[in-house]
Design a protein around this ligand. Structure first.
Ligand code: 5GP
Ligand code: MN
Length: 331
């Protein structure tokens, strides 16, 4: 049974922590995506407006450039973070401390606030506001702010939260697109979120090099299991030859998932000769988070990821075998 800890008691405790403290570090998961960054910045702007000292940090690299989002100046590098002594750490969109940075959250008596929507969340915070049924962490942050102080949701905060929802639902297309998503998006647009501009910048416009890389990725598309499984492959040579970075491939897996009749799809990315990143997508109740957890990965039922310490061909063979089992054991 999935646990949900979004309740009035946790919100009251959160309000007290915000009132009683003055310095806050906001962290996100490794290779932060739009929901992670949007939720972090919204929370950072909310706290800054209350006169708090706030810095943001997430390890790794984002697939998109989010530097145009309001409040992005609060992002700090690792050095600035190590010399910052916040009394409170907010962790957003991160199911486990291992997905953030262990150095940061657990250093001495800092209060840790865990706000997330992953079903695998480990409730590692002193305050845990977790709802796996929420489509995005940004939806949870919106709920929290609406309860605490609805008038604090400025146009800048609305923009950040809108980006989180937009990207975690794939532009209102994924299976997590529910009524609350539309209610929240609507409320955010009422508050001034720039729906058209944000969709254009974060969903539609791509660098020429990214599109050229996508062309090669599409060329690698292969189907298995009578057309129910689709694979795409990005080798490090493709990245180098194209003058791209691996993070540009974020979202490519959706093309594999879009093949008609496909229910399970994977994008394989060669990190080194013995490390491969695998992004998984599924339809309906095929659970790729469960599958990914066998390899130490995780995510959501229909979107998950893992790292496998094998060369790319071996990784593909192992994952294909595993996904075929998932397919066959499904009634
Ligand atoms: P993506 O394939 O877009 O990188 O990730 C899809 C989803 O799976 C996201 O919710 C992401 O946070 C989660 N995810 C990706 N890789 C991992 C991983 O190695 N471990 C865990 N726990 N979650 C992951
Ligand atoms: Mn998310």
């Amino acid at each position: 049974m999935i646990e949900k800890t979004f309740n009035g008691e946790e919100i009251t405790r959160l309000v007290n922590v915000i009132e009683e403290n003055s310095s806050f570090l906001i962290i996100g998961h490794i290779d932060p995506d739009g929901d992670c960054i949007g939720s972090m910045l919204a929370m950072a702007l909310f706290l800054r407006a209350k006169g708090k000292k706030v810095l943001c940090y997430a390890p790794g690299e984002s697939g998109k450039d989010f530097s145009s989002l309001p409040g992005f100046d609060m992002f700090a590098d690792e050095n600035e973070i190590t010399s910052f002594s916040p009394s409170v750490v907010f962790s957003l969109d991160a199911p486990t401390i291992a997905r953030t940075s262990d150095v940061i959250a657990y250093e001495d008596h800092r209060i840790v606030i865990n706000i997330d929507h992953h079903p695998s969340n480990e409730f590692y915070g002193d305050i845990n506001i977790v709802d796996p049924e929420a489509s995005a962490t940004a939806v949870l942050v919106y709920r929290i702010m609406s309860e605490i102080q609805p008038e604090s949701i400025t146009r800048d905060i609305a923009d950040c939260l809108y980006v989180g929802i937009l990207l975690d639902t794939g532009g209102f297309k994924f299976q997590n697109t529910d009524a609350e998503v539309f209610r929240t998006a609507s409320a955010l647009v009422e508050r001034g979120a720039r729906a058209f501009e944000l969709a254009r910048e974060f969903l539609y416009v791509k660098k020429l090099s990214t599109l050229k890389l996508l062309a090669r990725a599409l060329d690698s598309l292969e189907v298995h299991a009578g057309g129910k499984i689709a694979f795409m492959t990005i080798t490090s040579d493709m990245i180098v030859e194209n003058g791209s970075s691996m993070s540009e491939t974020e979202g490519f897996v959706d093309y594999a998932a879009s093949v008609d009749e496909v229910v399970l799809s994977a994008l394989f990315r060669e990190i080194s000769s013995n490390e491969t990143r695998v992004s998984l997508r599924s339809r309906d109740d095929y659970d790729v988070a469960l599958f990914a957890s066998r390899f130490g990965g995780g995510g959501h039922r229909n979107a998950a990821g893992l790292t496998i310490y094998k060369g790319i061909e071996e990784a593909k063979r192992i994952i294909l075998e595993g996904l075929e089992e998932v397919l066959n054991s499904h009634s």
